[in-house]
Every structure is written in C-alpha cells, then in structure tokens.
Unconditional design. Sequence first.
Length: 431
Amino acid sequence: MSPTRPQPRRWRAAALIGALFSALLAATLLWQAGDEPAQDAARSHRTTPADAQTVQQGAYLARAGNCMACHTSAAGAAYAGGRGIATPFGTVYAGNLTPDPETGIGRWSADDFWRALREGRSRDGRLLYPAFPYANYSVVRREDSDAMYAYLRSLAPVHQPNRAHELRWPFNTQSALALWRALYFTPGQLKLDAQADATLQRGAYLVQGLGHCSACHSTRNALGASNPLDLAGGLIPMQNWYAPSLSSRDEAGVMHWPLADIVALLKTGVSPRGSAQGPMAEVVLHSTQHLSQADLQAIGLFLQRLPEQTSRRPESAPSAPNRAGAALYDQHCVQCHGPQGQGVPGAYPALAGNRAVSMAEPVNLVQMVLHGGYAPATAGNPRPFGMPPYLVDLSDQDIADLLSHLRSSWGHAAGAVSAVDVQRSRAAQGP
C-alpha cells in the first residue's frame, strides 16, 4: 500500500510557513548586519558645546516637528517621554529626550541622534517603531538634526525611565520590525524636488519631512505602512478622527484658497474659510503657530501646488430631509449657527457650504457633536469660541438625525449618518 499523500492545502500552508520563516530570518540577518555601524556611532561622542544660535534654531525645528506633543506625558516634564501612542498592534511609549545619562539621551552623540532620524535606529542599533515617523524624518538635513540635538542637550535632565512598549506578538519582536522595514522603508527614500524654487523646497521639506503631515493625512495598510508622499486623507488609527485629503478641494485641499487664509489657519487656528479642530487643533497649538511667517507661506504655497485629486472615498446616496433632525437643530444649534446655517463671522462657523459637513466621511462631525468642537487657543486667537459636547444630552439616533439634516440642507447632498455610525464613535472613545 502506498503512503498517504499530503493534501494540497497542507502543502500550501507548509510553503507559506516556510516563506515567512525565510523572510523573518533574512530580515533578522539584515537587522544584525546593521548593528555594527550603530555600535561604531555609539563610540563617537561629539560633545562640543553648541552656541546659543544653534540651540535656538534647534528649539524652532523641534517645534516644527511637533516633537514635544508625543514626547511629553499628560502630567510629565517636557520631552521626558512616557506618553502612550495607541496603534492597532498595541501601545508604543515615546522615549525620554532629555539629556539624562541613564534614562534619556545624555550618552547619545550627534551621530546617534541623526541616525535615529534618518534610519530609525536607536543608539544601540535597536530598530525603532514607525510610530516615530522616521520615514518622514529621513530627509532631515544633518545641520538641522545637529541643531535639534543641541537644543535637547540644553534641556534640564529628567530621570524618567522609559516604559516598555505593550505590543502583541509578533509585533513586539525586532525580527518582525526588520521584516516590516524591508517591505516598507528605505533610508532617504523621500526625495525633495531639486528643480523647485527655494520657497517650494522649504514648504516640501516642512510638510513631507519635519512636519510629517502624511503620518495623519494618508491611508495606512493592514500593517500600518503609509506613503510619505501621499496626502490624500485617511482615518487616524485609534483616534477615530479622519484627516481629510490635502489634495482634494472637496475635503481639505487649499489650492483655491488665498495664501493669507492658509497662513491664518496655521498661525491662529481660524481663518475666513475654516478652523482647526480635533488633532489638527493640537498641531496648530503646539507647532504651526510658532513657525515664522516665511515658513508658513512656504507651507501654504506647497499645499496650493499639490496636484488636485478627487476623493477616494465613495459617496453614499444623498440623505433625505430629516424632520427630527431639523427640530433638534432648532433646539440646540440655531442660536449660534443661524437658521440658514450662516454662522457668525469670527465666532461661530457657517455650516452652509462647509466641507466638514458635506465630506463623504462623517466621522469628524460625529466626534465634534459628541465631544465638542474647539479651535486651539493661540497667540493670534487666545479666546476661541467653542461648541459644548452633547455626549450625554443626545442619543445616538438624535445625533444621526441632526447630522443627516445638516448634510441634506442648504444645498448639501451628502449621505445620511446612521445611529450605528454614532455608536461606533462613542464606543471607540471608551469609558
């Protein structure tokens, strides 16, 4: 009697396991091969004191990169780390960037720091998780890296041990991370247009590099990878906010805006054409309001010149008039936003003709009604008007009716919002 032959399905499974094992082995060898230069760099300590101008420039660049927002916990010292960054694979904790020799970067050289930005490797050669956006920082110029390093070295050292990441297997292994990098990351892969004029180059450098705008404004695949050049919008993982497309005038494209309005939005959080809300309000608060007029104009010019694209998100059927939603609008909204959704200039935004209302993806509207809408308190707009949260006052169905009314009124023809849409946002926020 001949032996039983394995089933084709088993052969396929065995082949897949073998291929994955081979890929992991190759990725591990690549990771280990990269360790030796890291150790050489670790032995190269350049501790020449920096001049005050370099430190000041480094502070400015750290603001442009919004470094403090991630590397500062809610009640912790600035840049001392500890803030958890939720991802679909677990929580990554930002490291201590103060010059403490035991828990911070006190033993790092300028070479180590630049290597972390450009290659996504720590001082000891360990691969860093891409929650630290080194795919964007890979274009940071060496002189800017050195200035940021000088600024961080000028801070008071804070002894705060770094928290271990809380990631599921196999995402918590260096081998899996090496495989991810082999698939999606090459140091220096993001190239700036050398043919563009100096202003456009500066804008590209800030948007695609230090500002890492694509970290939010792009779609990520199942393994969390995104294209650093893609600004076509995406749902921000774990935050349940949608970062709208910067290349579509139906979402957040500004190719048709006057440059002054773009600058105003980035500088103050408000402009005649819109206001910053949600995660973007934090970016304005901690980062862009501190940038120079020249840099804000460079960013605005770069965004104006983005090739215009249509939204990737399919539009649902236009919502029908919603009487329940109209009654809720009259009860809760009309006093500020007006009977025709016209708003009050300089205080309450118009809802008629507002892209945030008519955008295909309604999740931001749901978030603002649930948790309130607040522009950032900036130097140029220190006392912004805000909208209170309706998390307790309105049910899921109430909010769905209200938003469906907004999306079908004043010339809008956007899809209806369902109670399930609202429930998902409410549940995603947690207790």
